[in-house]
Design a protein around this ligand. Structure first.
Ligand code: MD6
Ligand code: FE
Length: 217
């Protein structure tokens, strides 16, 4: 079994850990599927390459991104939107791998959101120093559905605030195989990721991959 930074084996999944009404961490929930998820993510990335989208403010994001599923999240000078095609290739996004849809539905149900059927998966790749500033996920047309977020590779510090940008965020470690589920009263909470600390993950090397599943259309 792989070891974490402290040389201890990862703890098997036990139960959802509520962090706010509507939000929970499922630590280790995806551990036994992590290798299949990693391989499927690599196949998506091979078909729809990672890119560093430019924000409406004009700056390239430090996180590399791509998508799979019927819809993909894109950003440009003109704003954020979901698109059925990859703007780099003009082609549809790669289909969502079965193991992706399966872990997303099972994690959502575990957190109390039955029947989650994502139509979009955003794949984020963080290298050391990459970060995501505080934001709300509000570009989806179905805000009644939760978001499911799966972490693979190097550990990150997840920042979870409130419904106002000015609410001071709490900090949670997200390790390889951890899943966060976000919905209900927490669906529009501000959140982000602190700059990724350098390290070497036994399976993924010097990176963190995050899979974020939504019902976008
Ligand atoms: C990340 N996650 O963990 C970025 N959004 O790399 C998100 O932006 C996110 O983890 C909504 C719900 C859960 C998340
Ligand atoms: Fe987000």
């Amino acid at each position: 079994m792989t070891q974490n930074l402290f040389g201890e084996p990862p703890t098997p999944y036990a139960a959802p850990e509520p962090i706010a009404p509507g939000a929970a961490l499922l630590r280790g929930f995806a551990l036994d599927q992590a290798e299949a998820l990693r391989q499927a993510a690599q196949q998506v990335i091979a078909a729809a390459h990672l890119r560093h989208p430019v924000t409406p403010g004009g700056r390239a994001m430090s996180v590399g991104m791509t998508n799979c599923g019927a819809l993909g999240w894109t950003s440009s000078r003109t704003g954020y939107r979901y698109s059925s095609t990859d703007p780099l290739s003009g082609q549809p996004w790669p289909p969502m791998p079965a193991c992706f849809a399966d872990i997303a539905a099972r994690a959502a149900a575990e957190a109390g959101f039955e029947g989650f059927a994502p139509d979009a998966c955003l794949i984020n790749r963080y290298e050391p120093g990459a970060r995501m500033s505080l934001h709300q996920d509000r570009d989806e047309s179905d805000l009644g559905a939760p978001i499911v977020s799966v972490s693979l590779g190097l550990p990150a510090v997840f920042l979870f605030g409130g419904l106002q940008r000015s609410d001071r965020p709490a900090r949670y470690g997200l390790a390889h195989g951890d899943v966060a589920v976000w919905g209900g009263a927490a669906r529009l909470a501000f959140h982000g990721v602190a700059p990724l600390a350098d390290g070497e993950h036994p399976r993924l090397g010097r990176q963190r991959i995050n899979l974020t599943f939504r019902r976008a259309g």
